[in-house]
Design a protein. Structure first.
Length: 205
């Protein structure tokens, strides 16, 4: 597979997006829905195994939680730090217009583990029939990682706000989608915290 010197993280996120797009018979999806499906998969996987599928930074935006790298890839937007290699790689597999992202060629799934593919499939099954903006503005807004910024956005602000992934382990008052066995959830949270400490130590070395 030609990678055009793309980063491994970009390849993996592109494969996750491609995996979701492959579920649609037209290999095309409203971008809001695509990014929210990826959020759902990341939330599921983190709560099960202590790490997200994408290993990317998340931000609260007006229409819910967003993986910034995934959004750049889905938009084919190299303005915000994608390298030339990343941009060439993305253009090989995806096209984009003002509202949709389409897959012109499948980037494969060799960077995705079986548990990651399962989380992506589960996210698709849960929300495949959802309206994009219902998923964005109704469903995702109920969860703590976005809801903590509700007053900020309702006051008319629009700047994105950094999400602490630890909030993915918190539950809203009512949750029909992301419930996990409490023992499993706490074990995943412990793995997440240990990895966070290790990364902090490595970065400080």
């Amino acid at each position: 597979m030609e990678t055009f010197n793309a980063s491994e993280k970009t390849i993996k996120v592109a494969q996750a997006l491609g995996f979701l797009l492959s579920k649609d018979e037209n290999k095309k999806m409203n971008r809001v829905k695509l990014i929210k499906l990826l959020w759902a998969a990341d939330r599921l996987h983190l709560r099960r195994y202590g790490r997200t599928v994408t290993d990317t930074s998340y931000f609260a935006m007006v229409h819910g939680p967003v993986s910034s790298l995934a959004l750049d890839i889905a938009r084919l937007d190299s303005e915000f730090g994608l390298s030339d290699g990343d941009a060439h790689y993305i253009e090989e597999y995806f096209t984009s217009n003002y509202k949709d992202t389409s897959m012109s060629k499948n980037p494969g799934d060799d960077y995705l583990s079986e548990t990651e593919k399962a989380a992506l499939s589960d996210a698709w099954e849960m929300f495949k029939d959802a309206d994009p903006f219902d998923l964005a503005d109704q469903v995702s807004h109920e969860y703590p990682e976005w809801n903590r910024y509700k007053d900020y956005f309702e006051a008319g602000n629009s700047n994105r706000q950094q999400i602490d992934l630890a909030d993915f382990f918190k539950n809203p008052a009512h949750d029909p989608y992301f419930q996990e066995d409490e023992t499993r959830l706490r074990a995943a949270e412990e793995i997440f915290n240990e990895n966070k400490k290790l990364n902090s130590l490595l970065c400080g070395a």
